[in-house]
Design a protein around this ligand. Structure first.
Ligand SMILES: *[C@@H]1O[C@H](CO)[C@@H](O)[C@H](O)[C@H]1NC(C)=O
Ligand SMILES: *[C@@H]1O[C@H](CO)[C@@H](O)[C@H](O)[C@H]1NC(C)=O
Ligand SMILES: *[C@@H]1O[C@H](CO)[C@@H](O)[C@H](O)[C@H]1NC(C)=O
Ligand SMILES: *[C@@H]1O[C@H](CO)[C@@H](O)[C@H](O)[C@H]1NC(C)=O
Ligand SMILES: *[C@@H]1O[C@H](CO)[C@@H](O)[C@H](O)[C@H]1NC(C)=O
Ligand SMILES: *[C@@H]1O[C@H](CO)[C@@H](O)[C@H](O)[C@H]1NC(C)=O
Ligand SMILES: *[C@@H]1O[C@H](CO)[C@@H](O)[C@H](O)[C@H]1NC(C)=O
Ligand SMILES: *[C@@H]1O[C@H](CO)[C@@H](O)[C@H](O)[C@H]1NC(C)=O
Ligand SMILES: *[C@@H]1O[C@H](CO)[C@@H](O)[C@H](O)[C@H]1NC(C)=O
Ligand SMILES: *[C@@H]1O[C@H](CO)[C@@H](O)[C@H](O)[C@H]1NC(C)=O
Ligand SMILES: *[C@@H]1O[C@H](CO)[C@@H](O)[C@H](O)[C@H]1NC(C)=O
Length: 474
């Protein structure tokens, strides 16, 4: 009852509106409004019975169509159908009313693009009760369950008006789609076939949706079950969703499977280390199932610890982005790092050469490097550059020079002992003094507390190694 009143009010309003617009005729020219209708920026209003419209009103310019939220059509006996691409042009449409008109057919696809549609009133149209209008019943039940469903009538075989909600049509229902498998797993390079069984009356059409599938594929939708064969499956298709759609005049059903491609690991990216919060040798590995990762340092298995460990930062189904994270590495960690990624389908390995430079203030580490690494000039230059940049640290440089002098003195003393004394006890004492001097020098400006001890230990060990190395040379 409420809607009836609104409808008559609407018709009255329409006349008033129509009158206004005859006066303000300029609107029409401005918006290219279809002749028997009245248009504003947001509404289209067609309610004059004569001459009337024969098809759904369409504004010519898309800019004008976008802002239309309300279309009201009444008393248009000659308007018999709404086809696929008419209502859909009005993407912003919220209210559609077609009353007391001649509608017999409305395409099921007509409203697919009208995602903003809130009200759809199609009362008092001579719809014939048939499977053709079944979709409207379902559409209204699902999308407009709380609105004017009761007002929708159709005319049955006995020329009687019955509410659409009471309409019973045999052999007229939604189709259903069923896939042979829902997890489609296949190894890269192999082929696979997916089947889709579509059932329903009226008998449905089948179509496959394989957006972005790069592997060669072919389908046959004319047999039952419909098939989709994918050949020489590429790992690029891992994770792709494949859908089968069964469609008839009542509606559609969709079934989807995810394609899972198993493939051997591929290290697609690896780069020399960069200092971040920690040092990081960044890498990207692709592979499915998830590859196991093993690092090698100079050809030997790298045992991971809390100071050196693999961290995966970002991953999705088959791609892993991560770091070999190194906590305060020194030049001792310089060398070739090899990543080996392995799964049951194969393996891949990539090597990267890492050169860790000492941080400013870590000149203690730089010194033995400068002494020992005479083969690589570029290393020395870079290390010195770092020191020079930090002018405030020149004191540290002096300290280092001092230490170097001390070491040299120690060396000379040692050589004298070795040459003349050969007195092992005395030698050990000098060694102890040397050790005391080197051990007292602690690296500065380090953030990581845990690794400080480790580092100074390495520094000491390294320092002594050089002492003996030079002692051996002389
Ligand atoms: C549509 O609406 C937007 C913003 O609401 C406005 O800028 C634009 O001019 C309108 N277009 C027409 C044709 O009225
Ligand atoms: C749509 O119609 C409903 C009721 O018929 C009304 O309350 C609402 O304001 C209308 N919306 C627009 C945008 O015209
Ligand atoms: C889908 O098909 C499988 C066999 O292929 C069957 O066991 C299952 O019951 C079907 N499901 C539906 C909903 O039809
Ligand atoms: C499909 O795979 C997902 C994860 O890969 C799993 O959780 C699910 O149980 C699988 N379903 C079937 C039917 O195998
Ligand atoms: C689809 O399958 C049917 C029945 O097996 C066959 O007759 C038809 O040729 C096939 N069509 C294609 C394109 O392969
Ligand atoms: C399969 O695809 C790969 C590349 O994706 C190609 O190199 C290879 O030749 C293909 N094999 C066959 C049998 O088509
Ligand atoms: C994983 O992420 C990368 C980008 O990081 C993207 O290119 C790729 O398609 C994604 N793969 C899957 C299966 O989602
Ligand atoms: C089924 O497919 C045919 C050909 O593609 C098409 O003409 C017909 O409209 C489709 N029917 C339905 C109900 O989608
Ligand atoms: C690994 O990936 C790169 C680039 O993504 C590609 O060029 C190369 O062929 C791949 N290797 C293998 C073994 O798939
Ligand atoms: C790593 O650990 C294994 C056993 O845990 C050991 O045999 C191997 O020598 C270690 N490698 C290195 C480089 O320390
Ligand atoms: C020195 O080291 C750099 C970087 O580690 C390298 O590119 C260069 O080839 C090395 N030079 C010599 C002479 O070994």
């Amino acid at each position: 009852m409420v809607s009836w009143r609104r409808r008559w009010q609407g018709a009255g309003l329409a006349r008033l509106w129509g009158f206004c617009c005859v006066v303000l005729g300029s609107w029409r020219a401005l918006l290219a409004c279809p002749a028997p209708c009245t248009c504003s920026a947001s509404r289209i209003w067609c309610s004059e019975p004569a001459p009337g419209i024969v098809s759904f009103p369409v504004l010519e310019r898309s800019a004008e169509r976008e802002n239309i939220t309300d279309i009201y059509i009444a008393n248009q006996r000659k308007l018999e159908s709404i086809n696929n691409n008419e209502v859909g042009l009005y993407v912003g449409l919220k209210n559609l009313t077609v009353v007391d008109s001649g509608l017999k057919f409305v395409s099921r696809q007509a409203f697919l693009k009208n995602t903003n549609l809130q009200y759809m009133i199609l009362v008092d149209n001579p719809f014939k009760c048939s499977c053709d209008v079944m979709w409207i019943k379902i559409f209204q039940e699902t999308k407009f369950s709380n609105t004017e469903t009761q007002d929708f009538y159709c005319i049955n075989d006995n020329n009687k008006r019955i509410p659409l909600s009471d309409m019973q049509i045999p052999n007229c229902g939604l189709p259903s789609a069923n896939l042979s498998v829902y997890n489609l797993t296949v190894a890269e390079g192999r082929s696979t076939t997916l089947y889709c069984e579509a059932t329903g009356v009226p008998s449905p059409n089948v179509s496959w949706v394989v957006a972005n599938l790069v592997s060669k594929h072919e389908s046959n939708t004319s047999k039952s079950p419909a098939s989709l064969t994918i050949r020489n499956v590429s790992s690029k298709d891992s994770g792709i969703r494949i859908s089968c759609i069964a469609e008839n005049i009542v509606g559609e059903d969709q079934a989807s499977a995810d394609l899972v491609v198993f493939f051997a690991p591929n290290i697609t990216f690896i780069e020399p280390p960069t200092p971040d919060h920690h040092w990081c040798i960044p890498f990207t590995v692709k592979g499915n199932p998830k590859p196991s990762l093993q690092w090698f340092y100079e050809g030997a298995i790298l045992n991971e610890s809390e100071y050196i460990c693999t961290k995966i930062h970002v991953s999705n189904q088959s791609e892993y982005h991560g770091c070999l994270q190194l906590d305060n590495p020194t030049h001792l960690n310089n060398g070739a790092y090899t990543l080996l990624a392995k799964n049951e389908y194969g393996e891949d390995e990539k090597r990267v050469d890492a050169h860790f430079m000492s941080m400013p203030g870590d000149d203690y580490e730089t010194t033995p490097n400068d002494i020992g690494d005479t083969t690589n000039n570029s290393n020395q230059i870079t290390s010195t550059d770092v020191s020079n940049k930090e002018n405030e640290d020149s004191i540290t440089v002096y300290v280092v020079v001092g230490i170097a002098a001390l070491v040299c003195t120690g060396l000379v003393i040692m050589l004298i002992i070795l040459k003349f004394g050969r007195h092992s006890k005395f030698g050990m004492k000098v060694f102890g003094i040397l050790r005391g001097i080197i051990g007292d020098v602690k690296p500065e400006g380090q953030s990581c507390k845990v690794s400080k001890g480790r580092k100074s230990y390495i520094g000491l060990k390294e320092g002594l190694e050089y002492v003996f190395f030079y002692a051996g040379l002389h």
